[in-house]
Design a protein around this ligand. Structure first.
Ligand code: CP
Length: 299
């Protein structure tokens, strides 16, 4: 039974297979028209979502499937007053659905939910630990833009203890010759459980743009991955991406953001040649489309 909880649950061959299907984009609708007719997705989001929730739902329905959804755990018996254990809920919904996608506030909830499941499961974001489908989208965006994922120097701007960055870095660890530079608050590093699994990539930390500039690496950056800064402090303004800094890089440097954005990515960056985040969100639907086809044994 296929389960996607960590991006590392997928081998490089599986990722390649998903990307080769996602690559046909809109033609997927014709090629796999009604491939999921008669199938039911359980789409459970116990934390807010725009992109992941709706792209999963849209992809499944465009393939001819049907969706039952719930966005409030308090509307289930796993909320008060019964607090039905989530492993029981996973057991029960396995008899109603052919596949389940779920976002949880707490990573332990995801692990408990899948314990007794008998149908495929896709994590749509698990606490602050992993967001594997977002990592697929991020990697696929790089592949679309540069035709390959190997051989990239990546600047990540954002607190390196969030599920998007964790899964992105773990996904990158599958590829060759990857250097990651992280700009964030000083003293905030990747979680040990993430760092220990990505020894194949070089990681360096910086706590200011000045530090990055004096390290003389900006001209070698091929991808800027912007994400949120948590625990806002007066340092915050330091990390807002500036056109001046982007201009120290290659003129069409790829700019990614999993979205939603806050202050760290001002609207005026949207006109930069490599600003790719709306396209990245669009590609998310094709990736999830291909993921369903793979998890439902159609490809
Ligand atoms: N990137 C992402 O997970 O966005 P949503 O929270 O809107 O799904």
């Amino acid at each position: 039974m296929k389960k996607l909880i960590s991006i590392l649950d997928l081998s490089i061959d599986e990722i390649d297979k998903i990307f080769s299907i996602a690559d046909i984009e809109k033609k997927l609708y014709q090629q796999y028209n009604n491939a999921l007719e008669g199938k039911m997705l359980g789409n459970f989001f116990f934390q807010p979502s725009t992109r992941t929730q709706f792209s999963l739902q849209a992809a499944f329905m465009k393939l001819g499937g049907k969706v039952i959804s719930c966005s409030d755990i308090n509307q289930t018996r796993s909320g008060p007053p019964y607090f039905e254990p989530l492993d029981d809920m996973g057991h029960i919904v396995s008899s109603y659905c052919d596949i389940v996608a779920m976002r949880t506030i707490n990573d332990m909830d995801t692990k408990l939910f899948v314990r007794e499941m008998t149908v495929p499961f896709i994590s749509a974001g698990s606490g602050n630990i992993e967001h594997p489908t977002q990592a697929l989208v991020d990697l696929f965006s790089i592949k679309k833009y540069y035709k390959q994922i190997n051989n990239n120097n990546i600047l990540i701007i954002g607190t390196p203890r969030q599920r998007t960055i964790n899964s992105f870095i773990l996904g990158l660890s599958r590829y060759k010759n990857i250097n990651v530079h992280i700009l964030s608050q000083s003293g905030v590093y990747l979680m040990d459980e993430v760092f220990s699994k990505c020894s194949s990539i070089n990681i360096a930390y910086y706590s200011s743009w000045e530090e990055l500039i004096s390290a003389n690496i900006l001209s070698s950056i091929s991808i800027v991955y912007v994400d949120k800064i948590f625990n806002e402090t007066k340092e915050y303004n330091y990390f807002i991406i500036q056109k001046d800094y982007l201009e120290l890089m290659n003129k069409d440097v790829l700019i990614l953001h999993p979205l939603p954005r806050t202050k760290e990515l001002p609207k005026h960056i949207d006109v930069m040649p490599g600003a790719y985040y709306y396209r990245q969100a669009e590609l998310g639907m094709y990736v999830r489309y291909a993921l369903f086809l793979y998890f439902m044994n159609i490809i």
